[in-house]
Design a protein around this ligand. Structure first.
Ligand SMILES: [Zn+2]
Length: 282
């Protein structure tokens, strides 16, 4: 189950109580490199491994590890879990997710009939146009200018996309615009809960990327280079969602070793990110 918080204070209380347990699990997992756990995508108990050994001096991120043979990691299973919880008892009529060629997509689609999968295919393309990507028909969408009609979606999903968008405010304004009143956005991003404000690593100025910090890239199935990280998000994102006009904003934590959804301390300055997901309702 996911524990929901509306404020930073609630979140800090919850995580303070979990922290000693989290550290125990982390120590154990980094010794054994695997554990038996339940994969809700495969619907079976199976071996989850911590993931490939990082290069010397690099960090092993357990939230992105705990891999099942189906290809889903702990963070993806968390996304699946929260989507299952949020749609329980009703089927969203018109739903879209900002991914299509990932191992998570078919599991989302199996739970949300008619789910539209989108990827950022190329800068010059028309939003809503369809393209062949590795033999898959993919709808192109740019989060900065979504082509969905205003007030048209019951559900919008995006998982670890927001930190790669040049302007999170513009993207979230777009999300609000395309959702129906009462519609929900469910999304994840690495959430640096200890930071006072978002760390801005890069900005887009007049169509040119300007790096304020050394460039950092995350894996992207659409690009061999990966995706540039523009921000390290934190509580500013929750405040922004409320300022933009979302009616309800909550952050969910599901630290769940049974399903291999765990996190570990990071050696980098911006610190630890718990397994969290955010729901914003219009
Ligand atoms: Zn699996």
């Amino acid at each position: 189950m996911t524990s929901w918080c509306h404020t930073r204070q609630e979140f800090d209380q919850l995580t303070a109580s979990l922290e000693p347990y989290r550290q125990q699990v982390e120590t154990q997992l980094l010794k054994t490199n695997a554990m038996t756990g339940y994969c809700r995508a495969c619907k079976k108990v199976t071996l989850l491994n911590t993931g490939p050994e990082p290069a010397a001096g690099e960090w092993k991120n357990l939230l992105e590890g705990m891999l099942c043979e189906c290809g889903l990691n702990g963070r993806m299973r968390l996304c699946l879990q929260v989507v299952e919880e949020e749609i329980l008892g009703h089927t969203p009529g018109h739903a879209a997710v900002l991914e299509r060629v990932t191992p998570l997509f078919p599991h989302l689609q199996a739970r949300i009939p008619g789910l539209i999968g989108c990827e950022f295919v190329g800068m010059a393309l028309q939003g809503g146009s369809e393209h062949d990507v590795h033999g898959i028909k993919v709808r192109h969408e740019n989060f900065m200018s979504l082509a969905f009609a205003d007030n048209s979606l019951d559900l919008l999903l995006h998982f670890d996309v927001l930190e790669h968008v040049p302007d999170a405010t513009v993207a979230l304004q777009n999300a609000l615009r395309v959702l129906k009143p009462g519609g929900k956005m469910i999304f994840s991003c690495p959430f640096y809960h200890n930071l006072p404000h978002n760390t801005v690593r890069a900005v887009m100025e007049n169509g040119e990327i300007k790096h304020l910090l050394p460039p950092c890239y995350h894996g992207n199935p659409m690009s061999a280079q990966g995706s540039l990280v523009y921000i390290h998000p934190t509580w500013d994102i929750m405040d922004l969602l409320k300022q933009l006009g979302f009616a309800e904003v909550r952050i969910g934590l599901s630290y769940n070793p049974t399903e291999g959804t765990v996190s570990n301390g990071s050696p980098y300055e911006d610190g630890h990110t718990w397994p969290v997901i955010i729901v914003a309702q219009k």
